[in-house]
Write a protein that binds this ligand. Sequence first.
Ligand code: TYF
Ligand code: FE
Length: 414
Amino acid sequence: MSSGTSAGTRKTMDQQPQIAEKMPEHLAEKILRFHSITFACSNSKLMAEYHTGRMGFRPIARREMNKNTNRGVRAEVVKNGNCVLAFIAPIAPIDNTAIVMSDSDREEAERIVNHISRHGDSVMDVAFVCEDVREVFAWAVNHGAQSILKPTRFQDNYGSAVIATVTAFGHVTHTFIEKDKYLGAYLPGYVPVDYNDPINKVYDSVPIMEIDHVVGNQYAGQMENVCNFYRKAFGFHQFVSEDDYNVQTEFSALKSTVMANPNNCVKMPINEPAKGKRLSQIEEYLRYNNGPGVQHIALRTPNIIKCVDEMKKRGVEFIDVPKEYYTDLRERLTSSNAPRIKEDLAKLEDLGILVDYDKDGYLLQLFVKEHVSNRPTSFYEIIQREGSEGFGGGNFKALFEAVEREQLKRGNLA
Ligand code: TYF
Ligand code: FE
């Protein structure tokens, strides 16, 4: 729905390029959906607090230090709807030999320490629910992915799961998880947590359904390579939406291609900076993240008005949408091919929620103003879909101008 012409574009080719050795469909179909997202962080407890207190997740599981196993890391897992986030932190100095831990515990802790020192507190892994993890893993590592964890069966009192991890882009990895009638709250090794935060007596719950999409920022010129890697190693295809993805602000040039798994439950837009007048928001990300990584996580809600309203009450701030956006929107919505928006426009305006539509329907979206960590890197999007499978192309101008106002405040537009 966007009208601009300049620097950045999201490619909307109709034809999928022929990639030699693309993961065969029967294997690709074994990658089913998002399982969870793991952040490496220096303080998993405080990170979980933000997500429970402000964003309305609830704690479901944790991994604690215990006598025999798990001497290296501490982790908290939170959930809202089907959206599961894990926060994992090193417990102890990894090179202190006085602290007894197994080689695998030390290796795991070391990976987290390295991730934090390179990228700050940030997404380390995006996990998928899979069938036949061994087969999926074998193909992926023979087609460009590197093994981080070979398929391993983990077990506890609640059952077992086969888990494997491979490299994706930057230091972000993908984990394949095959739960075999596992009845625990998260994964083997995690103890269930049943804690009702007293904050939930003060505030209503925040409606979130699932992870809608996860976006990866790449170095300039690498978007196509990374997309081809997703085709080859994981059998993803380009997700073609009806949206028109020209990106048109004065400065924030970027290119984007949405990759998806065969059933389109996993959508991963892949971005790269494009040349603009000033520093692209993707360049800013790459500088502060010290390389490629996850740019934003979109959380899908059935009711964005309730979701944003409750998050605001809990203290989450969202990007500022200028008044004119709603004047333009009211104009846009008078067009003959515009859908009927069932939400109250005045409410949407009051909460600063963005609206976009295409021939399939509409979507409502909004972005959290503060980044997740102390660096200007990863952030959250809230999205409600009413037919449209797009990503908000019609909002890019208003959105990127808002992003640039924040970039300017940080002194990062040059
Ligand atoms: O997922 C997407 O592609 C949209 C677009 O700072 C987008 O959400 C791209 C950059 C950005 C915010 C949103
Ligand atoms: Fe998005």
